[in-house]
Design a protein around this ligand. Structure first.
Ligand SMILES: [Zn+2]
Length: 403
């Protein structure tokens, strides 16, 4: 189950010692990614030389999205912030009005945001054959936008769609936004004003707060004092057209007003974002697939997350128990990080473990450049590569592995 973690985090460690500067950080990560499979790896399956990435909100900060615990994170800027829980959303029409009103405003921000250098660096690492899969806690779909060829598991779902809690049919969030606009013309006008004034453009949280706006990673905006009570949201079109039978076999009811807004007399057809809300369980298939992604790789690279969410921390623990070398690139402390780096060989240069206290967008582009210079450029994907080139790249690759 997804629950917010607000406990204290340890001070970030620096491993190996020279990773407190950019050149050292890049060198250590390069060693980590290109090292042969660790001799400590238990029951190697899949591709033990490859790396699986586990990412979090920290990597989307450069796209203008807030994270939870970074310097400008939601929990630091807004001490009163409390996310809505799934059971509240399900049970309470008023809570849903509030959620959708905030989401209506927040969507613009997410909608115009784009993947950043971190996501494209991951694409490059995939093209080089170093990264074979990605597990993300992010709901912004930037990974699949930047690198559609690398399988990506969205542990906490995605905001690009909404889903009916009764029939589970999905529809795109874009179309849902239009429906919200039509049902709430006053809010649509407010949104247009906010867009025109640039209140939604600024990435400076102080400016946003001065305009009464607070944004969190789920694409949600806080608007103190705004009346949510008048907000309307549509019913699931499938359940509206054909009200399904309930689990107990009784006929459900889906009632809408003359413009299509869901009415509280209804017993079905509630739409929710296709994210795993707090208090909601992660889809069993996604959970299992993410465990397979860990088991099918030989190394774990953690990007932009404090592993505060249990589901993510548990995957890192699984990697540790398998004997996988772990690299963590995150600005700020990581939950239980000391245990991920116990008993590292003395003098190891990154191949057995890396901990860097920097933003991913600061380090990954330089890492990609370094790997390209050492002969990794699109090694596995380039169909223009001649046999001689391949051989040359191969020898460079082995030199790197042995050095
Ligand atoms: Zn439905």
């Amino acid at each position: 189950m997804r629950i917010p973690y607000t406990g204290p985090l340890p001070s970030p460690r620096v491993i190996p010692r020279n990773t407190d500067n950019l050149a050292g950080a890049i060198a250590a990560l390069s060693n980590f990614l290109t090292a042969p499979p660790s001799p400590a790896l238990q029951h190697p399956t899949g591709d033990p030389a490859s790396t699986v990435i586990l990412s979090g909100a920290g990597i989307s900060v450069a796209s203008g999205l807030a994270d939870y615990r970074g310097a400008n994170g939601t929990y630091r800027l807004n001490k009163k912030y409390r996310p809505i829980y799934y059971h509240e959303f399900l049970a309470n029409h008023e809570a849903r009005k509030r959620y959708w009103a905030r989401s209506f405003l927040g969507w613009m921000n997410l909608h115009k945001a784009r993947p950043n250098t971190t996501h494209f660096a991951v694409k490059d690492l995939g093209d080089m054959g170093l990264v074979r899969s990605v597990i993300t806690q992010n709901v912004d779909s930037f990974h699949s936008a930047a690198h559609p060829d690398i399988p990506t598991l969205e542990l906490h779902g995605y905001l690009r769609a909404v889903r009916c809690v009764t029939c589970h049919n999905e529809q795109p969030r874009d179309g849902f936004q239009e429906a919200l606009s039509k049902l709430n013309p006053a809010w649509a006008a407010f949104l247009a004003e906010a867009v025109a004034s640039g209140a939604l453009d600024t990435e400076n949280p102080d400016e946003r707060r001065a305009k009464g706006m607070r944004v969190n990673p789920d694409g949600d905006v806080d608007l103190p004092g705004a009346p949510y009570t008048t907000f309307r949201y549509p019913a699931c079109p499938h359940c509206l057209a054909n009200p399904p039978l309930a689990v107990d076999g009784t006929q459900t009811r889906v009632e809408v007003d003359e413009e299509g807004a869901w009415q509280p007399i209804s017993t079905a057809g509630i739409l929710k974002p296709s994210v795993v809300m707090f208090g909601e369980s992660i889809d069993g298939r996604v959970k299992e697939a993410s465990e397979h992604a860990i088991d099918g790789s030989g190394k774990l690279l953690v990007l932009g997350t404090s592993l505060a969410t249990y589901s993510a921390w548990r995957l890192a623990r699984r990697a540790l128990e398998r004997g996988m070398p772990i690299a963590i690139l995150n600005l700020g402390g990581v939950r239980g990080e000391e245990e991920f780096f116990q008993n590292l060989p003395i003098g190891q240069d990154g191949e057995a473990g890396v901990r860097i206290d920097m933003g991913t967008d600061k380090v990954l582009p330089g890492l990609v450049n370094r790997l390209k210079e050492s002969g990794y450029a699109h090694f596995h994907k380039s169909d223009a590569t001649t046999a001689a080139d391949a051989q040359q790249k191969n020898s460079r690759m082995f030199k790197d592995m042995l050095s």
